[in-house]
Design a binder for this molecule. Structure first.
Ligand code: SR1
Ligand code: MG
Length: 401
């Protein structure tokens, strides 16, 4: 293609047919648009003859969730494909394999993961994934540590940070996560039954000050190549495997952000499971979610410590105390960013199906208010957190366990 054109199922199929080495000459291709995210088109192309399938993902020139009035950079397709390639080399098996990237069409052709389920859906169905915590903890430690100044020569790291400068996508997060929810902004959307609680947040200056500090960290702490949008819709799971998808918000940012966004989304699932019946299976599932958070942190910390021992290039990493103090800084950030993610998913533009699927607006408001209280506590008390149990205990306490 010589210029960008938006794909539809027919055009995506034609596009796939022209890809080299992807399908045989006699392939019988069929195409389905399967995207349900906020921003892009996602086509699954299958050869009915061999059963082989691929994903053709195209960045739209605007945000799908809002419409053409919200233009978006196509460079996010480059960021996504390059981040996936790096993450695949660091963590093979934990991200989809990229087969082809087309800068003009803003298309990434990649491995089809249709035997995996979007984690948010699995959580809604109260599924348990035996390997998820270990996989994610290892993914986080490896992708974050091995792209950081601790593991890369400082000039190499700075060049990578330049390669992943992602100003337009970062601006979306700066506004939607760290700014708009704290004012009566036009982009906000919320359940009117939670309005009183939300106005309290708009008037809570100590909370806004702490969020502003976390935003400053997001703006300035170029610690590692982060995913940038690691909610449970960006994770695919099966009984055996875990895949992290969609790193179009990637940039050099704070290590605690990715971990915090995952925890924030697991906690949004936690509050949603209190929003239906309060029955025993729901309580058990909530306990499973808290245990999962503790295990993810445990595997993250263990792997990060091993990498620090074996892979450090930065000479000062041998100074006693640096590793412990860095991990504490990450945990503190992680609690704060988890809190920000929870608050923005209740007040801001982009909500989550965990809560949106609760049909009764009164029950939904209960869950939403609980999410706001947990989020607020994590932001305000993050400096008192010394251990991952200090996070989960605070959650249990507010939830009334
Ligand atoms: C307009 S984009 C809204 C949200 O969707 C993405 O997945 C990010 O989470 C963003 O904040
Ligand atoms: Mg996404």
């Amino acid at each position: 293609m010589l210029q960008y054109e938006t794909l539809n199922e027919y055009r995506a199929l034609m596009y796939a047919r022209k890809l080299k080495d992807m399908f045989g000459k006699n392939a019988q291709l069929v195409c389905r648009e399967i995207g349900d995210g906020n921003l892009n088109l996602v086509f699954q192309i299958t050869d009915k003859l061999s059963g082989t399938s691929i994903i053709v993902k195209q960045a739209l020139t605007y945000a799908r969730v809002v419409g053409e009035s919200w233009p978006l950079t196509l460079d996010r397709a480059r960021i996504e494909s390059q981040a996936l390639i790096i993450q695949h080399s660091i963590c093979p098996g934990f991200v989809p394999k990229v087969y082809h990237y087309d800068p003009i069409m803003a298309v990434t052709v990649m491995e089809d993961l249709s035997n995996y389920l979007i984690m948010r859906k699995g959580l809604a169905a109260r599924k348990r994934y035996p390997h998820f915590a270990r996989h994610l903890g290892v993914y986080l430690a490896r992708t974050l540590y091995l792209t950081s100044d601790f593991a890369l020569p400082s000039q190499v790291k700075k060049k990578k940070a330049a390669q992943f400068t992602n100003p337009e996508m970062c601006k979306i997060s700066e506004d939607l996560i760290f700014t708009d929810p704290y004012f009566n902004s036009e982009t906000n959307q919320f359940n009117p039954l939670a309005a009183e609680r939300i106005e309290e947040i708009w008037n809570n200056n100590p909370l806004k000050l702490e969020v502003a500090k976390l935003k400053a960290g997001f703006l300035t702490h170029a610690e590692a190549l982060i995913h940038g949008d690691l909610h449970t819709g960006s994770i695919m799971v099966s009984e055996e495997g875990t895949k992290v998808i969609d790193p179009e918000f990637s940039f050099y940012g704070p290590v605690g952000f990715d971990i915090g966004v995952v925890f924030g989304n697991l906690l949004l699932s936690f509050v949603s499971h209190g929003g239906h019946t309060q029955d025993a299976p729901e309580r058990n599932y909530q306990a499973y979610l808290l245990a999962t958070i503790e295990q993810i942190w445990g595997y993250f910390e263990q792997t990060f410590r091993e990498l620090w021992e074996k892979e450090s290039k930065e000479r000062m990493t041998i100074v006693p105390g640096l590793l412990d103090s860095y991990l504490l800084h990450v945990l503190e950030d992680c609690a704060g960013y988890a809190g920000c993610e929870m608050i923005r998913r209740i007040i801001g533009l982009a909500h989550v199906s965990d809560l949106e699927s609760i049909a009764d607006p009164n029950l939904r408001a209960e869950g939403e208010k609980l999410a706001l209280s947990i989020g607020q506590k994590l932001v305000l008390e993050r400096r008192q957190i010394q251990d991952i149990k200090d996070v989960t205990c605070r959650v249990s306490e507010i939830a009334g366990y």
